[in-house]
Design a binder for this molecule. Structure first.
Ligand code: UDP
Length: 239
């Protein structure tokens, strides 16, 4: 298997096009699929929370979101091909869903945010079938909401509750669905809603998206500090 282990988390070494092809074929065959786009914060958290690590082990695919993961793979001399940013992957999957007339459900973010995200996604993809959306300030055990989503028979469910809640929600409920792709997308609905700006492409190409986010949202400072700690651990536990 084409996998790279980083701090107890097994990453699939696929580039963006490869993972899209795999998801496309699984969704069209109506195979249930749980995908995690994991950044250094997720990996660090998994090493502190055993239940979360177990949830990640149930994922069908884990792909590297964040340049920190790609750098770590290089330090370990098992380089991952490229960063697969969750927001970009979601964008490509929405395009696929529009082309193939697949049903999409959006779960997460604040009430007004998810509504704006829905409107902006529909502006960009007028033929997309978004069968429903719901805010993310929910109890993870809310079965009524889950039953409602199950009845809509979505082919793709994007879950924007932030980690670890989004992966816990998916792992808890995915078995109730007969089909569908389930993916945690963190703050992506905030970006779709226009409430958070993604870094300009040049920053992304220079692998400086983390720096842009730090400048724009200084409150994230503590979270960014996880990155050097993560790389330190990777080097320390290198065999
Ligand atoms: N959120 C939510 N329910 C919660 C907590 C958070 O829907 O109980 C949403 C929040 O509104 C935001 C997203 O989850 O849209 C988290 O964004 P963040 O950038 O923190 O996520 P990350 O990408 O770092 O996981």
């Amino acid at each position: 298997m084409n996998k790279v282990e980083i701090q107890n988390v097994q990453f699939h070494n696929f580039n963006m096009n490869e993972i899209i092809k795999i998801i496309e074929s699984r969704v069209l065959q109506k195979n249930r699929t749980f995908i995690v786009t994991a950044n250094p914060e997720i990996v660090m958290h998994a090493n502190q929370d055993h239940d979360y690590l177990e949830v990640l082990r149930k994922a069908d695919f884990i792909v590297p979101d964040g340049i920190g993961i790609v750098v770590a793979s290089k330090l370990l001399k098992s380089p991952l091909k490229e960063r697969v940013a969750g927001f970009d992957l979601m964008g490509k999957l929405l395009h696929l869903a529009e082309q193939k007339q697949l049903k999409v459900f959006l779960l997460g973010a604040k009430d007004t945010t998810v509504e704006k995200a829905y409107n902006n996604i529909m502006k960009k993809h007028p033929d997309l079938k978004i069968v429903g959306y719901h805010h993310g300030y929910i109890d993870i055990n809310d079965e009524k909401l889950v039953n409602h989503i199950v009845e809509l028979e979505p082919d793709m469910v994007f879950v924007a509750l932030g980690f670890p809640k989004q992966e816990f929600w998916i792992s808890k409920h995915i078995a109730k669905f007969n089909k569908g792709l389930f993916m945690g997308v963190g703050g992506s609905f905030d970006v779709w809603a226009g409430e958070v700006k993604r870094a300009p492409q040049i920053w992304i190409n220079l692998n400086l998206e983390w720096l842009y986010r730090l400048i724009k949202q200084p409150t994230r400072f503590k979270r960014i500090l996880v990155l050097p700690q993560f790389l330190f651990r990777v080097i320390k536990y290198k065999k």
